[in-house]
Design a protein around this ligand. Structure first.
Ligand SMILES: [Zn+2]
Length: 149
């Protein structure tokens, strides 16, 4: 059954999850590396409801998504979390995902491609064994054919 599950995700929790996921050592200015505590609140992004920080050391402006695949995507934190968890980790099809999150299928698909290409970095353990198995099979077949000759 498809239904919008976006409302079930708390925006604050989603923000905390993304912060932990993308910035395990805490949010820093992407321009000069200063800690977020050395920045002041500059405002809020209109669509994604993110705090905008202004760095006190370099005057650079940044937010939670700066330097991540979600930069300039205007997704709210719950939308970004759902895309990551459901789309990349669980492999939910983009059409179903679009309905669940309430985004256009095009947005989900274009983000899905970016996320898939980053999936190996996000989950190094799940992507590698399959590739290894395929390579082994290929070598085995090649070897068997060679022996029979
Ligand atoms: Zn800075």
């Amino acid at each position: 059954m498809d239904f919008p599950i976006i409302d079930l995700i708390d925006e604050e929790q989603a923000t905390a999850w993304l912060l932990k996921h993308f910035h395990p050592e805490g949010l820093h200015c992407p321009h000069c590396g200063a800690n977020v505590e050395e920045a002041r609140l500059f405002g809020w992004t209109r669509k994604s409801h993110l705090r905008i920080y202004r760095c006190l050391s370099c005057e650079g402006v940044y937010n939670l998504y700066s330097g991540t695949v979600f930069e300039q995507k205007q997704l709210t934190p719950p939308e970004a979390v759902l895309l990551l968890l459901r789309g990349v980790c669980q492999g939910v099809p983009s059409a179903k995902l679009a309905r669940e999150i309430g985004l256009s299928r095009q947005t989900v698909m274009s983000l899905g491609r970016v996320l898939q290409s980053n999936a190996e970095a996000l989950q190094p353990s799940s992507a590698l064994p399959d590739k290894g198995a395929e390579t082994d099979e290929m070598f085995q077949n090649a070897g068997e054919k060679g022996d029979r000759h």
